[in-house]
Ligand binder design. Structure first.
Ligand code: BES
Ligand code: ZN
Length: 637
């Protein structure tokens, strides 16, 4: 075989049309000296402009200062590069001002010239830096802008104490480029280090080695020794405290929340033991969770060593900890073995949902794990139907085609639930023991690497199916639409009871048993109960149920959001103050999307209500959430 060919990169230098505003507002001279042209044409590969086959970052060092007054982060990112003879090094950036670019080690740097690419609304721009074949160090001096969409700057009113501001980043899928100029593709792995300066009353944390206490100077250093993809670079700055949970696990939260968080997450050390028993050693040393303010747009985000979590998990009864099992599982599926492109996203999430369910089974038993899986399966069936109805059949394939689309669009029940049911079905076919051995080897043999769907299929065939002469419809699962017929069937007697209770209330006018209390059933049983009304029930009956079980104000965001949706569909308008309070406070997109969508699909009055609430709520949301809701309500576009 010939040595891997270096693809010829098509970089056409078009004459700048001059229409675009200058990127630079700090050092005009630098810009004039070193910026050659704008709007150059650069090839895109898997949502990135970078030329990693020619030159790629191996280590990245950040020297940054976080400025809450201006809402900007400013400083330099120092790339150590593996150069295969490149004349240009190409990075991704978006909503960032580039101040200058230098080559060489700190202290002996020389300024170099660069061009910027044609702006793309989704991808941002290419930063094309002139280098020579010996260049090893590229330093980019930059500052973020208030528009940088990875960054959520919270004013003190939006935090627990109301006294200190807060900042956190969200990198996945392609947002890291809006706070650090990087080669922003999961195909490349980097180690990193950082020196940060933040206001001295705040603590800074990263997806790296972390302090557990503030220091007076506000200066912190970080190191991530294991190579990670760029979407896992992460930072949080706020008034934070740490609590040790044991077994190298801990939790960070704002002071008012730290005790509640430590109690809610007390089982995390057991989850760690369960996970290691299943698929091998945890390779990231420590595992902490940080509870962020309510605007955080996800349930959890698997930033290595430091899972970011929504405060809606703090329900008081440990009923939502499966999200932590999920993020912990990503320490293997996703962070250790990473999807090579966003079309392979199911390799991150499908494996993780499967793994999460195995952890939950070990800690809480088969019944609970089955109920979790069944609730997800209901959601999968609904998603598949609506994708098919809308003619988006191809989006039901595990292997996606997201070129020219936002990778966010791959974040559906297909990657998560169809992916996990594919693995569950495989497990039931080959037997748990053999399947676990296969998965353990898969993680071991691909650790700190990326993998495509095609490579996974080849690995599966070679190491499990062909070896043991097992027939399985792998291609149908991965490259075809819908849910294959051989999907493993799961049953739950507890669910059946909840469903029949709902049906008899709905159809036979029966009342709730008088001794029924919310705490007698787990979250998933209540979701099954609410869903069993199939969207239709008298508002009066909902009111009666609330009088006894108080769903509308129960503090469990999973139950509340499901209840609100049923209420909107049935004109249970007394819920409006509760819905409003929820939407103004919580920024988790998973809850916001269906509530706003249901309001938008109902009548004009509901749409007006949605818009009125949104006006107040939007400033409290992260860009990930408000971009989605803007689309649903057709506003701010
Ligand atoms: N990695 C995801 C979150 C994500 C995916 C962010 C794609 C940006 C782009 C995270 O692990 C996740 O899946 N979170 C879920 C948790 C749930 C499935 C238990 C969430 O936030 O709802
Ligand atoms: Zn996940």
């Amino acid at each position: 075989m010939m040595k891997k060919m270096i693809p010829v990169l098509f970089v056409a230098f078009l004459v700048s049309c001059g229409g675009e505003k200058s990127e630079n507002n700090n050092s005009k001279n630098d810009q004039e000296n070193s910026k050659k042209s704008e709007n150059v044409e650069v090839k895109v590969n898997n949502h990135s402009f970078s030329n990693i086959d020619e030159i790629n970052t191996t280590h990245l060092h950040l020297d940054l200062e976080v400025n809450f007054d201006e809402k900007v982060i400013e400083g330099v990112v120092r790339h150590t590069m593996n150069n295969n003879g490149a004349k240009q090094a190409i990075f991704d950036f978006k909503q960032i001002n580039i101040n200058k670019v230098t080559l060489g080690e700190k202290g002996s740097e020389t300024e170099t010239t660069y061009s910027t690419g044609k702006p793309d609304e989704l991808l941002g721009k290419a930063l094309v830096v002139d280098v020579d074949e010996n260049t090893k160090y590229v330093n980019i001096y930059y500052s973020t802008t208030p528009e940088s969409e990875a960054l959520d700057w919270l004013s003190p009113e939006l935090t627990g104490s109301g006294n200190h501001p807060f900042l956190y980043t969200q990198g996945q899928a392609i947002l890291t480029r809006s706070w650090v100029p990087v080669q922003d593709t999961p195909e490349n792995r980097i180690t990193y280090s950082a020196n940060l300066k933040v206001p001295s009353d705040l603590l800074a944390l990263m997806s790296a080695t972390n302090p557990t206490e503030k220091n007076e100077s506000g200066e912190y250093t970080f190191e991530m020794k294991q190579p990670i993809p760029s979407y896992l670079l992460a930072l949080a700055v706020g008034e934070l405290e740490y609590a040790d949970l044991g077994n190298n696990c801990g939790v960070y939260a704002e002071p008012h929340m730290i005790d509640k968080a430590a109690s809610e997450f007390q089982d995390v050390p057991k989850m760690m033991t369960a996970a290691e028993d299943l698929y091998g050693d945890y390779l990231w040393e420590t595992y902490d969770v940080i509870v962020l303010p309510y605007s955080f747009p996800f349930g959890g985000m698997e930033n290595p060593r430091l899972t970011f979590a929504t405060p809606t998990l703090i329900a008081g009864d440990r009923s939502l900890v499966s999200v932590i099992a999920h993020e912990l599982a990503h320490s293997w599926s996703g962070n250790l073995v990473t999807n090579a492109t966003w079309d392979d996203f199911w390799l991150n999430e499908g494996f993780t949902v499967y793994f999460e369910n195995r952890i939950m089974e070990k800690l809480y038993g088969k019944d609970v794990a089955n109920m979790l899986a069944l609730i997800e399966y209901q959601e999968l069936q609904e998603s598949v139907s609506s994708m098919m109805e809308e003619g988006n059949n191809e989006d039901t394939h595990l292997k996606l085609e997201l070129n020219h689309r936002n990778p966010d669009e791959g974040m559906t029940d297909i990657a998560y639930v169809k992916g996990s049911f594919f693995l569950k079905t495989l497990e039931s076919k080959v037997g748990r023991e053999r399947f676990d051995e296969f998965l353990k080897n898969y993680f071991e043999e691909h650790k700190f690497q990326t993998i495509t769907t095609e490579d996974f299929v080849a690995y599966l065939n070679e190491n499990l199916l062909e070896k043991d002469e097992i027939e399985f419809n792998v291609d149908e699962w991965i490259y075809n639409e819908g849910i294959p017929d051989n999907v493993v069937k799961i049953e739950s007697a507890r669910f059946a009871d909840m469903k029949s209770m709902a049906k008899s209330i709905k159809n036979d006018g029966e009342k709730l048993p008088t001794d029924l209390e919310r705490s007698k059933h787990i979250t998933q049983e209540w979701l099954a109960f609410i869903r069993a009304f199939d969207g239709e029930v008298d508002a009066e009956k909902m009111k009666e149920i609330d009088a006894q079980l108080n769903f509308k104000d129960c503090g469990n965001a999973e139950i509340m959001s499901e209840w609100f949706i049923l209420g909107i569909k049935n004109n249970y308008n007394e819920l409006r103050p509760n819905i409003k309070e929820f939407l103004v406070k919580v920024g988790r997109r998973k809850f916001l999307r269906p509530i706003y969508q249901t309001l938008a699909d109902a009548d004009e009055d509901d749409m007006d209500f949605a818009k009125e609430v949104y006006e107040e709520a939007r400033p409290n949301y992260h860009a990930v959430s408000f971009n989605t809701i803007d689309d649903i309500l057709g506003v701010n576009q």
